[in-house]
Design a protein around this ligand. Structure first.
Ligand code: NAD
Length: 541
């Protein structure tokens, strides 16, 4: 054991590469993309020290080219899930007793592997698996994930350094134990960084994990597992299983050693999981930690004092980047009557220049939505709009799934602020605008607050400081991440800790020490140097 108080390297946000024409990074990522596209792979689960192939497989296809097979992955039987739980429990003692700086070192190495030799590979995998253009892949799979790993190591040190005060003759120490048992990580399709962070943040704090990625992210999850292994993560610390989410979850939740869940995904699934944990509560050794970041119905509201071009740009980027499949994507917009026409004209003009297609072609700003179910959900919403006289499609509204699941960026204007697309998370490139009379600014703030069950992100555009103050107060509980004169997406680790309340989650702020605190159970150690040797206090004399 080293006799030293170590200092984690000071974390800085990873610089975003440009992928401009002629750049080395562009050549490298396109070469990696072509190689992966041209081969077919067979992805095993990873349980303990085994690559597990059950023979029961599913096919992986790029959403923008759904007839092309990238390969297969093996899905778990109940017995495999039990093996993953056993493997995580077996690995727990050695892992939790490893010096914290050694654990940090493994994940810092993983960050450098992604920043260097794995950068083009993880970006290409994310482009193929989740249909992200290169910029979206770079800010997610490379930069955000590198940031999560580096900042979390620093947050871990910050947490461990936080110690109680001492009075004379006593030394009080806090030891930040990992949770007793194992943790279950369940990740969504939309961010490679979130998938990697849900399992790695928990493991960094000394826990072992059963990780179930989304069926629609297995291709890039497989690269994350390769990175963990190359970084030196011991077997059994993160066990990766694929397959029927309900069966896997039920099996995990039956275990008395289930210590917590780190979940990101839709609200309804999270509520069901919470219900099941409640039903099983007597069977657990400890009260499980429940951390869930879930859906959103994120807003932009513009004040009459706002700058129309800035608002239009916020809407285009906030609503349509990654096909609107960000939990933070703007999907309901409130424009003042006097500025609405100008803002809408800017939006229409921008949309005319936006191309939809494969991420391999760098001209395309918009790519495919993730799967057929998502495509059908969005097509249904668009077709419903066409039948409703209270809503009008002012841009987009076309779709085509011949080759990939492509939906044109679509803008609706509604006369009914309670119309379904103002309330329900649709998770696609579809944004609805409601135009309010300028004098109803205050009333409209109330409307923004009360329209949806979610409270994830929101943005207000205004040049009037009193209006901003009013919005800050009136919308205090409407968004966990609140943006002033900026789009509501694109939170950066270490700068904008991310999460929302109400129907949007437990708001444990991914990318902050607050999140890591959920994965420890502090033990207080009080040591008295000269113990008392007479029970009588002076007042008894
Ligand atoms: P999803 O709910 O379909 O899936 C999320 C995860 O839950 C996947 O691993 C899936 O396999 C699993 N799952 C599905 N059904 C399950 C069941 N019955 N029991 C247990 N697990 C089950 O979500 P998605 O389509 O992958 O991701 C999109 C959703 O995630 C959106 O609602 C979005 O807002 C949300 N999201 C939220 C955040 C955030 O930080 N708040 C970030 C990203 C995504």
């Amino acid at each position: 054991m080293a006799n030293s108080v170590f200092q984690v390297p000071y974390p800085r946000n990873e610089a975003i590469l440009t992928y401009a024409p002629g750049s080395l990074e562009k050549d490298q990522v396109l070469a990696a993309y072509a190689k992966m596209y041209g081969e077919t792979i067979d992805v095993p689960m990873r349980i303990g020290n085994q690559d597990v192939k059950t023979g029961n497989t599913e096919i992986m296809c790029p959403p923008h080219d759904h007839k092309h097979e990238l390969g297969t992955y093996h899905v778990a039987a109940k017995s495999n899930v039990k093996e993953a739980i056993d493997a995580s429990l077996k690995a727990k003692k050695a892992w939790s007793q490893m010096a914290w700086e050694s654990r940090a070192s493994i994940f810092l190495k993983a960050a450098e592997l992604i920043a260097g030799p794995f950068r083009s590979i993880i970006n290409a995998a994310t482009m193929l698996a989740q249909s992200k253009n290169i910029h979206q892949a770079e800010i997610d799979a490379a930069c955000e994930y590198i940031d999560f790993l580096k900042f979390n190591a620093a947050f871990m040190q910050e947490i461990y350094a936080n110690q109680p005060k001492n009075e004379k003759g006593v030394w009080n120490r806090l030891s930040y134990r990992p949770l007793e048992g194992f943790v279950y990580a369940v990740s969504p399709f939309n961010f490679t960084a979130i998938a990697g962070n849900l399992c790695a943040s928990v493991a960094m704090m000394g826990n072992t994990v059963v990780w179930k990625p989304s069926d629609h992210q297995v291709f890039s999850a497989n690269i994350l597992m390769q990175v963990f292994r190359e970084a030196g993560l011991p077997d059994g610390v993160i066990n990766m299983v694929f397959g029927d989410p309900e069966m896997i979850t039920n099996t995990v939740l039956e275990s008395p050693d289930f210590a917590g869940i780190h979940y990101t995904g839709s609200t309804e699934v999270f509520r069901n999981i919470w219900r099941k944990i409640g039903t099983n509560i007597e069977c657990y050794r400890s009260y499980p930690r429940i951390v869930g970041e879930t859906g959103g119905k994120d807003f932009i509201i513009a004040h009459p004092s706002s700058n129309p071009k800035e608002v239009a740009t916020g809407i285009i980027r906030g609503a349509f980047e990654f096909q609107g499949q960000k939990c933070s994507a703007a999907s309901r917009v409130y424009l003042p009557k006097t500025k609405a026409y100008e803002i809408i004209e800017f939006i229409k003009k921008d949309l005319k220049s936006i191309k939809v297609g494969s991420p391999e072609n760098f001209d395309n700003f918009i790519n495919a939505v993730i799967h057929k179910k998502a495509f059908d959900r969005l097509v249904n919403a668009i077709e419903e709009v066409k039948k409703n006289k209270d809503v009008e499609i002012i841009a987009g509204g076309n779709y085509d799934d011949t080759k990939g699941y492509f939906i044109e960026p679509t803008v609706l204007v509604t006369k009914d602020p309670q119309y379904i697309t103002m309330k329900k998370e649709l998770f696609g490139p579809l944004v609805t605008i409601y135009i309010y009379p300028d004098i109803e600014w205050s009333k409209t703030l109330k409307l923004v607050d009360q329209t949806s069950e979610y409270a994830l992100t929101g943005a207000v555009y205004s040049q009037n400081r009193y209006a901003l103050e009013e919005a800050l107060n009136e919308l205090e509980n409407s968004a966990g991440n609140f943006y002033i004169n900026d789009k509501p997406t694109g939170a950066v680790v270490g700068q904008q800790p991310f999460g929302g309340a109400r129907g949007s989650g437990t708001n444990d702020k991914a990318g902050s020490a607050a999140n890591l605190m959920r994965w420890v159970s502090p033990r207080l150690i009080k040591e008295t140097f000269v113990p008392a040797n007479d029970y009588r206090y002076p007042f008894l004399e």
